[in-house]
Ligand binder design. Sequence first.
Ligand SMILES: NC(=O)c1ccc[n+]([C@@H]2O[C@H](COP(=O)([O-])OP(=O)(O)OC[C@H]3O[C@@H](n4cnc5c(N)ncnc54)[C@H](O)[C@@H]3O)[C@@H](O)[C@H]2O)c1
Length: 259
Amino acid sequence: MRLKNQVAIITGAGSGIGRVTALAFAREGAKVVVADWSEAGGAETIKLVKKPSSAKATEDKPKGQAIFVKVDVSKSSEVEQMVKQCLAEYGQVDILFNNAGIVKMGALHETTEADWDQVINVNLKGVFLCSKAVIPQMLKQGRGKIVNTASIAGLVGFDKIGPYCASKGGIIALTREMAVEYGPKKINVNCIAPGVIKTAMTKDMLNDPATAQGFAASTPYPRLGEGEDIAMAAVYLASVEADFVTGEVLVVDGGWTAR
Ligand SMILES: NC(=O)c1ccc[n+]([C@@H]2O[C@H](COP(=O)([O-])OP(=O)(O)OC[C@H]3O[C@@H](n4cnc5c(N)ncnc54)[C@H](O)[C@@H]3O)[C@@H](O)[C@H]2O)c1
């Protein structure tokens, strides 16, 4: 098991990439804090993590351990409470997967200030707040792994998701800043830039045949991404195998940005 005895906080673990990563981390032996503002989503993830079949429970691989914490990652008081609950339950925090995110579609000149603020606050400020809240504990422990979910939308332009692109570009810049600042303290900070992944976030887009066809045509590998593709990248970046990897943008996009 690659994350044995590790404690991981995963934001946005109530759905999609975060949920699949919670299952993968638990399979690899981590105790998981399923952090999400959706109680229903969080409860479903906890159920799946604790299900012996999904965690492949054996003597060697006990069923997954997890708690749910309701949090809005854009609110500092809730984020601080999330870390307190993690420490009260498990006494340590080794991994933070900053994954919660939202998207709002629309032409930039028609985007409201409220929508701009909400996307930046959840996607970018959320990464800042959660990192700020766990770093003191990681400094005490003398090590830590922070993995942020960016996007290829932070690397190349995408139509009609201006605030989202800005937030993801900001995550990439912040990842590098944090890697430089905390590298000397053995806190690794990396991000993953997924391409199109089949989750609730992309469901409506993928239900539109023209959009789905466009996505497929832009992806050299002959399928779109699955949550598991990102979860496996997150397991790697959270593991000791990636101790010398920091400040990296791991692109997992089936070749979209290789063109
Ligand atoms: N699906 C894709 O194609 C794709 C591509 C690139 C990047 N991403 C990124 O991956 C991450 C996960 O997205 P997903 O595709 O799994 O989407 P999703 O909608 O399935 O999951 C997002 C989760 O985040 C939670 N969340 C949203 N705002 C929150 C907040 N303020 N506080 C706490 N939880 C909050 C939601 O409740 C949900 O459970 C996001 O950061 C997203 O931008 C997704």
